[in-house]
Design a protein around this ligand. Structure first.
Ligand SMILES: C[S@@+](CC[C@H](N)C(=O)[O-])C[C@H]1O[C@@H](n2cnc3c(N)ncnc32)[C@H](O)[C@@H]1O
Length: 336
């Protein structure tokens, strides 16, 4: 297994070559079988065929994950309900994470407003897991906390609540200038949250459906290794291009953090002891109701800019691409 490479291969051929219990975390965002326009395969199998195919790679994902590791699978609820049948037999259910995203009503349906991410432990008794936090939700006009914490405001965490199994703060990439030629590109902060809660620096994340390389980019930004595959040569090239521009710099002090636009989107709970020194925290504690904490070392935006500057100055090598100046240009619009 060559670390930090994305291979052009069918996911099953690829996974069957990976040794048992050799990666820390597996994440899959397979084709949804929704007649999407992909260039290399038909996204329109009949239900039995699709479910049988999924059960093969799901089993492989569990096999290659270390006993302390996690298995994450992203899809629409319909397919996840089939996945649970397979995974419940061979891994330990942790969560059905509901990730808010607006869908289209197709007739005789409620309006679909979430995708699911199944979170399984290979073995719950050995699971590696870290609590993560996200910034408080506030009213855009008056900056008051959206949620009413009643008389408990002085006990609120200054950064924000623990992340629950409902994610409403991370959004699909809506602007074309911030996305690629891929119909299903996931937002990087989504993968960064998954990686922060389930891995340590230097761990390896495997994604058998890399697409534009979101998992690889998130892993690389957070100082983790990645491996994975895609069946489409264009996507493998695109993903490899992306990741070649990334440096592991998504940190404040020595703490790895996930950045999104002008915010820190996710931190580890355990890192707050260090991170708090980089923020002005309202005093007294209950003032958090109307005052946000402020990053006191410049602007978060500036951190992102610094990351991109560094990325452009110091391209990392993957096994697929050499950095070319036109690709550096293209990367200025990406990923946010
Ligand atoms: C939903 S997309 C993944 C998008 C990715 N998470 C991202 O953020 O860009 C699914 C991907 O699976 C790939 N794929 C489809 N069938 C495959 C197979 N049999 N083996 C490997 N990859 C496959 C497609 O080419 C597509 O890029």
């Amino acid at each position: 297994m060559n670390l930090n490479t994305i291979k052009l291969a069918d996911c099953l051929d690829y996974l069957r070559d990976i040794p048992d219990e050799s990666v820390d975390v597996t994440f899959a965002d397979p084709p949804f079988n929704l007649k999407k326009k992909y260039s290399s395969y038909w996204d329109n199998l009949d239900i039995t065929q699709y479910v049988e195919w999924c059960s093969l790679w799901l089993r492989e994902m569990v096999r290659v994950t270390k006993p302390s590791g996690s298995i994450f699978v992203h899809n629409i609820p319909k397919w996840l309900s089939y996945y649970c049948h397979v995974l419940n037999e061979i891994a330990d259910f942790r969560h059905w994470i509901s990730w808010e995203a607006i869908g289209t009503p197709l007739g005789k349906t409620l309006l679909p407003t979430h995708y699911g991410i199944l979170f399984y432990a290979k073995d719950y008794s050995q699971l590696k897991f870290y609590d993560v936090r996200y910034p408080h939700h506030r009213c855009r006009k008056c900056n008051t906390l959206r949620k009413d914490y009643g008389g408990k405001k002085n006990r609120l965490h200054p950064f924000g609540p623990l992340v629950s199994d409902v994610w409403t703060d991370l959004h699909r990439i809506r602007h074309n200038k911030r996305r690629d030629r891929h119909p299903c590109q996931l937002p990087i902060p989504l993968l960064e949250r998954v990686i922060l809660m389930s891995t340590d620096e230097g761990d390896t994340v495997l994604d058998p459906f890399m697409g534009t390389g979101t998992t690889a980019v998130a892993a690389r930004r957070l100082g983790r290794n990645f491996v994975g595959t895609d069946i489409d040569a264009d996507y493998v090239r695109l993903a490899s291009d992306h990741v070649s521009l990334i440096q592991p710099l998504s940190k404040i002090g020595s703490s790895w953090v996930s950045l999104y636009l002008d915010q820190v989107a996710t931190i580890r709970h355990d890192d707050w002891d260090e991170l708090q020194h980089y923020f002005d925290v309202p005093d007294p504690p209950q003032a958090i109701d109307t005052e946000s904490i402020k990053y006191s070392h410049g602007k978060i935006k500036a951190i992102e800019d610094a990351i991109y500057l560094e990325e452009r100055k110091k391209p990392a090598q993957t096994s697929f691409v050499d950095l070319k100046s036109d690709k550096i240009e293209a990367a200025t619009d990406w990923p946010y």
